[in-house]
Design a protein. Sequence first.
Length: 67
Amino acid sequence: MKSKQYVKDLKEKSVAQLNEELVAAKKELFNLRFQNATNQLDNTSRIKEVRKNIARIQTIITAKAAE
């Protein structure tokens, strides 16, 4: 249910806003991987969640470009 609301919010944003969100998500993923490598990460499932969010953002950007 939570992801459906997230996708709905993404679809309402412009391509520029989606690109900003994509950059932020990639930075977050980098930081999470860095924390995981140094054994400082408590919630390892967050990596999977961020990766899926990146894929969702990229999918919506592609769909908007095809319109």
